[in-house]
Design a protein around this ligand. Structure first.
Ligand code: GLN
Length: 309
């Protein structure tokens, strides 16, 4: 069955119309000074289907900071470099803690629970720092290729502002180093990681970049295998179980899709063999997930019959 993007246009329009109902129910991230400046009352959504179609509603072409959504793409690059050996350094289970918690690093003796909590993403960033000449350029190049957009870039102001307040990530990196699970200098690793998080994309670009994850690693536009066979299935399983941190169970229940969120207010979601979705609205719930974005995906999968369950 092929899915036609334009068939979803009325539903997307209706979801975007409803978004303001959620404004004021969450808070824009305040720990990253560069993000606190963003106008909170914005909402955008884009879907990209395997036949090359795109449908959008709201501010789908406004760039935003993808933050932790970048962890999916940095993970893929680390797996390219290290293969399955990566899993000796990072686990594949939900952490049951906030994304930036240090508790589990101690409990697990320096092996982070999964690559989507900050400590896990720092180990992933360490792999890139060790092997790539300029890790941020490698990541942005990968995003540009997947999104078919040269506009994708790093927002250096956001990265700089986060680095002035990234004490918890410095602490996590130092602890990982102490346990012998970081090869590089903790400051350099936090620097690379923070720049990955500052990648700036629109919903349209993010939905297109996510599409190979819905298509067993093939870019439907070029037919090229941009992720090795089997990679999409595995990364999707990690997104489903760990992609929304502590809320992954609630998200699976209400939305039912592999997804990854970020504190910029973006959520990327995968409908295997059909489409990829990107939604953005800056106000976050207490666990760090977009309030309007979460609600939009819940409605889209319910009314569009898109849950994998
Ligand atoms: N850069 C943010 C941090 O390290 C990313 C967190 C997120 O998006 N959940 O805290």
């Amino acid at each position: 069955m092929t899915t036609n993007a334009t068939a979803f246009q009325p539903l997307l329009d209706s979801i975007a119309e409803e978004a303001p109902v959620y404004y004021g129910q969450g808070k824009v991230n305040s720990s990253i000074p560069g993000l606190a400046r963003v106008d909170p009352k914005q909402f955008g959504i884009a879907i990209a289907t395997l036949d090359g179609g795109v449908a959008t509603a709201g501010a789908a072409k406004v760039p935003f900071s993808i933050q932790s959504v970048s962890k999916v793409f940095s993970l893929c690059l680390a797996l390219d470099y290290m293969g399955e050996d990566l899993w000796t350094r990072v686990g594949r289970n939900p952490s049951g803690q906030r994304f930036n918690s240090l508790t589990r690093i101690e409990q697990e003796q320096g092996r982070p629970m999964n690559p989507f909590v900050n400590p896990g993403a720092l180990v992933v960033a360490d792999c890139l720092v060790e092997r790539a000449a300029t890790p941020i350029h490698t990541l942005i190049g990968f995003l540009r290729k997947l999104a078919h957009s040269q506009r994708v870039g790093c927002d250096y102001d956001v990265a700089k502002s986060e680095l002035s307040t990234a004490f918890r990530n410095y602490a996590a990196a130092s602890l990982l180093k102490e346990y012998g699970n970081l090869h590089g200098d903790p400051r350099a690793v936090v620097g690379a990681y923070t720049h990955f998080c500052a990648a700036s994309m629109t919903c349209v670009e993010l939905a297109k970049a996510a599409l190979p994850f819905a298509n067993d690693g093939k870019d439907p536009k070029t037919g090229r295998q941009v992720l090795p066979p089997g990679r999409a299935r595995r990364v999707n399983s990690l997104m489903l179980t760990c992609g929304l941190y502590d809320a992954a169970g609630d998200f699976a229940y209400r939305v039912g899709l592999p997804a990854k969120s970020g504190v910029g207010g973006g959520i990327m979601a995968i409908v295997p063999n059909r489409m990829a979705i990107a939604v953005w609205s800056p106000e976050l719930d207490p666990l760090g997930n977009s309030v309007a974005g979460f609600a939009a995906l819940e409605r889209l999968t319910r009314d569009g019959d898109l849950s994998v369950f």
